[in-house]
Design a protein around this ligand. Structure first.
Ligand code: NAD
Ligand code: MG
Length: 395
């Protein structure tokens, strides 16, 4: 595609936190981007408003009744957006021949199949959905190299590392003179809390992140540090790193978004205000740079940067994720599925905050089939682990 032509973009999960920020950046550059499709799970009113503003060719909702509602509303508004429903329709708008670029911003395992469809179809894939790589990193990376897709990480830490590494960085860190990746973590809202206080955390407290405004699932993951664990696994796949080559650094200001440490002692960091529009604009425009609507970092206002080691006693999820990646095979699939069920139960007040990590550990300790040989085996293990987690919660 030539630099000057209009890129057609599908935004999967457009009504979410990352999806909304993506449309904000796209809206600033009508000369560069047009929207092919917008998708949401059940937020039909929000999707209607986005359709009226961005005029996509297709809109997708999960349920047929919601889709019928949106179809009617768009018709009344005189707009010719086609509306479809269901998971298959998500894959179709991800692989459609007229699409150049797909933002994969659905939360959780539900985002895997459409993200994979975009990768298999050779799109520019802006990957926000970290669960896809956690569940099927090997299959996903294979699909990318087979199709020639351009994979650009949107998770801010991975986007930072991408910016700190040489353009060609596959084949292992050592090959490119990189000793270690330094993955920064804010530490979440309970970084300084005692174990006793952490035991009584409510969903409202867990979702109030100090630096970032995000969806509820990732907010809870940030509070348990499972988010950093999932990101460690994500970084292993994206950058051909081992878990030992990734050091998690708690950095409460969230100004340094991550770093690459080279053999010669150089450490290269990417800094910026904590605003997802920065990695999103980077992904959309790469290798060029465009305005993201974000102010330049004011270092005098930041004034200081602090660093500390993560406390894996109060926050055991990070260690569980590192261990799952070391084990490999299906362990990350089981970790991710159990965590999704646990977080959901916590948000519904059926499970305490510290029980999230305990539940994940309990499901991981049960016997399961180890090898990832196909997407079907991944999906079957995902279902199995969810079932185990439900049983443990309801027994
Ligand atoms: P969110 O909850 O705000 O939005 C999720 C979007 O996915 C919504 O549009 C929702 O309608 C859709 N969705 C949810 N369940 C679905 C389903 N079953 N089928 C189809 N669509 C579904 O989430 P978010 O915070 O925007 O995060 C999205 C992804 O990006 C997550 O994987 C998260 O880990 C990752 N991420 C988010 C941030 C952030 O700042 N929010 C940063 C880094 C990575
Ligand atoms: Mg992140």
């Amino acid at each position: 595609m030539s630099q000057s032509s209009l890129q057609r973009v599908t935004v999967l999960g457009s009504t979410g936190s990352v999806g909304t920020s993506t449309l904000d950046v796209i809206g600033r550059h009508p000369d560069r981007y047009s929207v092919h499709a917008l998708t949401a799970h059940t937020s039909k009113e929000a999707l209607l408003a986005q359709c009226l503003a961005h005029r996509p060719a297709v809109a997708v909702l999960d349920g047929e009744a919601d889709a019928a509602w949106l179809r009617q509303a768009l018709k009344r508004a005189g707009q010719a957006t086609e509306v479809s429903a269901g998971p298959q329709a998500l894959c179709e708008v991800a692989r459609d021949a007229s699409v150049d670029c797909v933002m994969a911003a659905i939360v959780g395992a539900a985002g895997l199949l459409p993200a994979l469809a975009a990768a298999e179809a050779g799109k520019r894939v802006l990957l926000a959905n970290k669960e896809a790589l956690v569940m099927s990193g090997a299959l996903f990376m294979e699909a990318v190299s087979r199709s020639g897709a351009i994979l650009l990480p949107i998770d801010s830490e991975h986007n930072a590392i991408y910016q700190c590494l040489p353009a060609e960085h596959r084949g292992g860190l050592a090959k490119h003179g990189v000793r270690q990746l330094l993955l920064t973590a804010s530490g979440g809202p309970f970084r300084t809390w005692s174990q006793a206080d952490i035991n009584n955390v409510t969903p409202e407290q867990a979702c109030a992140h100090p630096n970032w405004s995000m969806g509820r699932k990732i907010s809870v993951d940030s509070a348990t540090l499972m988010n950093k664990g999932l990101e460690l696994i994500e970084a292993c796949w994206l950058f051909d790193a081992t878990p030992e080559q990734i050091q998690v650094v708690v950095h409460p200001q969230s100004v340094i978004h991550s770093m690459a440490a080279y053999q010669d002692g150089s450490v290269i960091a990417q800094l910026g205000n904590p605003d997802m529009r920065i990695p999103i604009a980077y992904g959309l425009a790469w290798p060029e740079r465009i305005d993201a609507g974000v102010e330049t970092l004011d270092l005098f206002q930041v004034a200081r940067l602090d660093f500390e080691a993560p406390d894996e006693i109060r926050f055991p999820c990070l260690g569980l994720a590192r261990e799952a990646m070391r084990q490999g095979g299906m362990a990350p699939v089981v970790l991710n599925a159990a965590n999704e069920v646990a977080v959901d139960a916590f948000l519904q007040r059926q499970l305490g905050f510290t029980a999230i990590g305990q539940l994940v550990a309990d499901v991981l300790s049960r016997p399961y089939q180890g090898q990832v040989d196909s997407l079907d085996s991944v999906l079957a293990t995902d279902q199995w682990a969810r079932q185990q987690a439900f049983e443990l919660i309801t027994r």
